[in-house]
Design a protein around this ligand. Sequence first.
Ligand code: NAP
Length: 540
Amino acid sequence: MSKQHFEVIVVGAGFAGLYLAHKLTTQGRTLRVLEQGSDVGGTWYWNRYPGARCDAESLAYSFSFSSELEQTWHWSERYAQQPEILSYARHVADQFQLRPLIQFNTQVTSAIWQELPCHWVIETALGERFTADFCVMATGCLSVPQRPDIPGLETFAGNFYQASQWPHEPVGFEAERVGIIGTGSSGIQAIPVIAASAAHLTVFQRTPNFSVPANNYELDPDWVSEFKQHYPAHRANHRAGNGSGFGDLDILPRSGPVDPVIFNELSEPAATALLEAAWQRGGARFMAVINDTLMNLEANQFVQAFVHKKIRSLVKDPVTAAALCPTTHPIGTRRICVDINYYETYNQDHVRLVNLRETPLVEITPKGIALDKEHIELDTLVIATGFDAMTGALRNMNIQGVGGLALEDAWHAGPRTYLGLMSVGFPNLFMVTGPGSPSVLSNMLVSIEQHVDWIVNCLTKMRADNHRMIRAEEAAQDQWMAHVQMVAEATLFPQGGSWYLGANVPGKPRIFMPYAAGVGAYREACEAVVAKGYRGFEFA
Ligand code: NAP
């Protein structure tokens, strides 16, 4: 068993791992990035299903740390497709000479803290062993696919694909009878694209989700260069405020700031007009035009009714339209989907929606799917059934902290962190966009950059002060967790029954995992901790 020592081991070479590698190298640290895939890109490496694209605008969902990078990289569409985002990640890796720091095809199987030498011992599936003063988990929030517990799933004899583990080779659906299970963001993106080439498509829907149109288009180069002249101001705007890291400016040609409006201050026609304008502009910002949509049930129900009406106007068959109207959760408490022609797809004769709430799925057979009164034959089955989100990758990795404490056990009742950056009992182990930080409720690039900057600055301080160990204090963690829950309870999020709460994974503790007060408030909290001498952290 070979053994190599680094100051920092980073797990994961997605956007977080790439920025960490860049930042740590510029600080003269020795490091190694261990990546399970055969290339960089993380979520954009794995999620290559048909129609995969980001539902955040390209010009915002990109790194801000290098002015040269943001000025020279060319985004072609308002919402970039997966291949373009993956090319961007590869470009970053090449441009900043990060590849020599990354070991690909390397799955970490354990990370064990050793108190006396004061380091982490990291082992891989290849039988390698590394030691590191610090370990940074850049393992992503949506990186462990969730396979549904449907009887007979393994017996299906046709072509079988999981959205988040899509093959690298081209997949065609011509002349095939395709079935898809899952109508979250992934399914809603894949369905129109699969329908475009399949002979027949059956969508098996258990819970409908709210989706808003993307209004995607190719970016106008003149408008982009104008936008890029003001990039620093846009980035500053994204980082501030109590929103999700996209600022208060619509990233659209000729549009100005979006003023926050409270529902009760609006007449009904004014509220409808605001929603209509946002629907036409497209994108997830639809959720932000009435400022208290996620706080005020009455406001939320008004927005729900608006979208229901839209669905009924877009889908010709009233039974299908009714089945597509979500009624089990307030809008936005499950991640809002952003689509291109999703609802319209159901107007095609070869596309059928099966409402599993009315005709339950009994089992998957070698030839298709058995419902209670019907067997639907399929050549191909696609599942887009989501992820063991936010904690899956960390809990599966056999992380053991002080006295052999397993992270799995420390988090048995749900994840516990201080600021989403560290967890008590696990010294010198940082998380990027961990539970307890804005994370999946935010523009991930904004949150990744903020966390990486915080962590690297912390390591710099430790070096200056000749400290070898940092750990989170229990009281600080308890206080932070209570605050995270208090903020969540002030919103409608807990009513969503979503993966934010772990509700999609049988047996997973139900606790609202991300911090819902917005990226600006969170950044201020992190900066205040630093200003007060890293309050809540202990150094040795
Ligand atoms: P998801 O939102 O968790 O959706 C999973 C779907 O599978 C749900 O419709 C769920 O139905 C269904 N499902 C699960 N088990 C089932 C079963 N046994 N029988 C029938 N249906 C079942 O997962 P996702 O679509 O992969 O999206 C996850 C997150 O990834 C998104 O919320 C988003 O944050 C991110 N994402 C982003 C983009 C983007 O940027 N464009 C694209 C894709 C994903 P139930 O609701 O009834 O459980």
